[in-house]
Design a protein around this ligand. Sequence first.
Ligand code: ATP
Length: 443
Amino acid sequence: MDKKEENNLLSKLVSFTKRRGFIFQSSEIYGGFSSCYDFGPLGVELKNNIKKEWWNEMTRLHDNVVGLDASILMNPKVWEASGHLTAGFADELVECKKCNHRFRKDLLEKNKCPDCQGELMESRKFNLMMKTFVGPVEDDAAVAYLRAETCQGIYVNFKNVLQSMRMKIPFGIAQIGKSFRNEITPKDFIFRIREFEQMEMQWFCDPKDADKFFEYWLKERMNWYIKLGIKKENLRAKETKKEELAHYAKRAVDIEYKFPFGWKEIEGVHNRGDWDLSNHSKHSRQDLSYTDEAGKKIIPYVIETSAGVERTLFTLLCNGEVQGGRTSTTESSKEVETFLDIDKKLAPVKIAVLPLVKNKEEITNKSKEVYDMLKIHFNCQYDESGSIGRRYRRQDEIGTPYCITVDFETLDNKDVTLRYRDTMKQERIKISDLLSFLNDKFI
Ligand code: ATP
């Protein structure tokens, strides 16, 4: 795909997500705020569904994985121990001598400015941690940091979880939460932003089992994306070369998706060795070792799976947007339909209830009755404005898997039309059977 096509696709996605209430620019009425985005009514539903799927997958479907919700602000000593405050965890920043644009050195393909081909200045270290002050006085003693990754909250709670839940290794701790990074070159819409959410799981195991568990988790995580309906051919696992590994990492594989702008990481699977627990032991002077069945003390190795909520959402939107796939059959117009091909578990709206006409009270009343019955169980939308064909198309575009139409026949036969997003097939269902019918569809 060339640059122009790439930009076209991206700007189409940006305008679609704004128009249909998925994603807005942060503080838009004030001209926006660099690399921060707000998630609208449909965006927040989609995000919540992604998080729910991840949470259930990791904590319910895997034995020995428990949850945690650590605070964003932590004792700054955490970040000293983790190495985030030292230069080793900073990115290399380069600036163009001609246009003064700034870039992250490791993301450049050539040693030239990608915007104007100008020469670049010497690189310098740039720390990604965002600083703030806690308490009424803004002095050095009050400095705190917005976390740059959620996993440190897990490491510092290792002992608490181990003891309170009487865990035995191997076990995992899963967490979803906000992270903040002062990215040098945030770009590609929501791909690289400064405030985002991570879904991370840290698996603590005996060092001798670490390689085996790395393979296991990598496979599990790849399968999760496939289960969500991401096309296999657009997914790959990319091994990080030894010389490019972070200094603490024993092995790292990026799970990548083929975005319109190329293959990019959506999740990292890392073997972090005993780096984190050893360092927190040293800095906190607390014993974070584990005593195994034979009474031997070990510092467990950590296998980390680290995914981004927004990158998963972006992936799903790129994966599911089908353009010009079919022509409407419901109307005489030859309008080309767009539908969001997204797993029904993830669809922001599950069911739309549509009265055939809005000027016949018996029909609108019956529709509202059906809507009230279903909304307790599913995220539903009631829509009576515009022609029925147009309303179907609006729902298809946001990925609503089922539309229910209440029409004149409903009043006599107590049944409704159920229309499927994917096939546009329609069938009549008795209102009394509707709930159990739909429940079965979402199991
Ligand atoms: P990159 O090389 O793209 O900066 P990274 O290797 O620094 O990513 P990790 O620290 O491994 O990323 O973070 C794990 C996951 O968190 C990423 O795979 C991604 O899904 C998400 N993530 C990291 N940084 C950002 C960001 N700035 N915006 C959105 N999501 C992010």
